[in-house]
Design a protein around this ligand. Structure first.
Ligand SMILES: NC(=O)c1ccc[n+]([C@@H]2O[C@H](COP(=O)([O-])OP(=O)(O)OC[C@H]3O[C@@H](n4cnc5c(N)ncnc54)[C@H](OP(=O)(O)O)[C@@H]3O)[C@@H](O)[C@H]2O)c1
Length: 316
C-alpha cells in the first residue's frame, strides 16, 4: 500500500488519479482523519499500516498566490519545513521510503553558457538576456540538483515561501530513504485557478520572464516512475524539459485559444512589484538531465504546452 498525504490538494489530487490509473493500492490521508503533522500519530499510523511508500503532496502554498505566505509565516514554516522534517523522521523510524513534493522556486534565473564559460544570471528581465533568450536559447542552461539554492533564506532576497521550501529540503536531507521531487509552476488542460495557463489568461497584465514549468499529470507520472524504476533516492528536478517565456505562452494562448482579450505586459519589474506583487518572485530554468538519465520519459515543454492548449477544457 502507498500512503498519500495531502491528497485533497491540487497536486495530491493528480497523484490520486495516477495511482488509481496504475491500479496501485493507496490510502489518501487528510489531517482531518489523522493529524500526520504530529510525529507520534504519523509513526503510529506507519507502524500499524506498514505502507511500502509514502508520498507527501502536502504543504503550504499561499492563496491566491505566494504573497499570502508573507502574512502567515508561522503557517508557511509549519507546512513547508516542519512537516517534511516530521515525515522524514517518522519514515526513517518506521523504515519506510518516501517522496516529497518540493519546488523549483528555490532558484532565480538560469545559467548562461558563452565563450566556453558558464555563469549564473539571476534576472532575465535584463534586455541583453532577453535578446540572448530570443537569439540563442541553447545558451540558457538550467540549475542542476547539485546547485545550491540561490533564492532562499541563505541566499536572499527570497520570498518567505521559497525560504521555507529550501529549508524543508535541508531538514529532510540525510534522513532515511527519500526522493525530493521539485515541481515548478504546474499547468495542464483543465482550467482551474491553480493552473498556470488559467492564471496567465486571468492576470490583468502579464509578467514576462523565463521559466521551466511542470505539466501536472506528467509530473506525478515522473515521480511515480522514479519510485517504480527504483531510481536512486535523492533530489530530482521534475519539469518538462526546456523552458518558456511568458510571452511565448501568451502567443500560444492567442494562437490556439483565440481569446477575445488583448494581453498587456507590466512595463518593468519596478511597475510589477509596485502594483501587483509584494514579495520577490522566483523565475528560473531547471535542468532535467538527472531525471531523464534515471530512465523517466517525459514530454518536452513545448509539446506539453501545445497539447494542453489544444485540449483546453474551460471551467464552467
Ligand atoms: N501549486 C503550485 O504552484 C506548486 C508549485 C511548486 C511546488 N508546490 C508544492 O506542492 C505541494 C502541494 O501543493 P498544492 O498546490 O497541491 O497545495 P494545496 O492544494 O494547498 O494542498 C495542500 C494540502 O496539504 C495539506 N496540508 C498539510 N499540512 C498543511 C499545512 N500546514 N498547511 C496547508 N495545507 C497542509 C492539506 O491537506 P489535508 O489538510 O487534507 O491533509 C492541503 O490540501 C506543496 O508542498 C507545494 O509547496 C506547489
Amino acid at each position: 500500500m502507498i500512503l498519500l498525504l495531502g491528497a485533497s490538494g491540487y497536486i495530491g489530487e493528480a497523484f490520486a488519479q495516477e495511482l488509481t490509473r496504475r491500479q496501485l493500492d493507496f490510502v489518501p490521508l487528510s489531517r482531518s482523519q489523522v493529524d500526520y503533522s504530529r510525529f507520534d500519530l504519523l509513526l503510529e499510523f506507519l507502524r500499524a499500516k506498514k505502507p511500502a511508500f509514502v508520498i507527501n503532496a502536502a504543504g503550504y502554498t499561499g492563496k491566491p498566490n505566494v504573497d499570502a505566505c508573507e502574512l502567515d509565516p508561522a503557517g508557511t514554516l509549519v507546512g513547508n519545513t516542519l512537516l517534511p522534517q516530521t515525515i522524514a523522521h517518522a519514515c526513517a523510524a518506521a523504515g519506510v521510503p518516501w517522496g516529497h513534493v518540493s519546488s523549483g522556486c528555490i532558484y532565480s534565473g538560469a545559467k548562461v553558457s558563452e565563450s566556453g564559460k558558464i555563469r549564473v544570471e539571476k534576472d532575465f528581465t535584463k534586455p541583453e538576456l532577453r535578446r540572448l533568450v530570443a537569439q540563442n536559447p541553447a545558451a540558457v542552461r538550467g540549475f542542476t540538483e547539485a546547485d545550491a539554492p540561490n533564492f532562499s533564506f541563505r541566499a536572499r532576497p527570497c520570498s518567505f515561501y521559497s525560504g521555507t521550501k529550501a529549508l524543508g529540503e535541508e531538514a529532510m536531507a540525510d534522513l532515511g530513504q527519500s526522493y525530493v521531487w521539485r515541481l515548478r509552476i504546474p499547468f495542464d488542460e483543465f482550467d482551474n485557478q491553480r493552473n498556470y495557463l488559467s492564471k496567465v489568461q486571468r492576470y490583468a497584465k502579464v509578467y514576462d520572464n523565463v521559466n521551466s514549468i511542470s505539466h501536472r499529470a506528467d509530473f506525478v507520472r515522473a515521480c511515480l516512475d522514479l519510485w517504480q524504476l527504483r531510481a536512486p533516492f535523492g533530489v530530482y528536478n521534475v519539469t518538462n524539459p526546456g523552458f518558456v517565456t511568458t510571452k511565448h505562452v501568451v502567443e500560444q494562448i492567442e494562437s490556439i485559444l483565440k481569446p477575445a482579450r488583448k494581453f498587456e505586459y507590466w512595463a518593468n519589474d519596478e511597475e510589477f512589484y509596485r502594483v501587483a506583487a509584494k514579495t520577490p518572485r522566483s523565475n528560473c530554468v531547471m535542468d532535467t538531465t538527472k531525471l531523464l538519465a534515471a530512465g523517466v520519459i517525459i514530454r518536452g515543454v513545448e509539446e506539453a504546452l501545445e497539447d494542453s492548449l489544444k485540449n483546453w477544457q474551460p471551467e464552467n
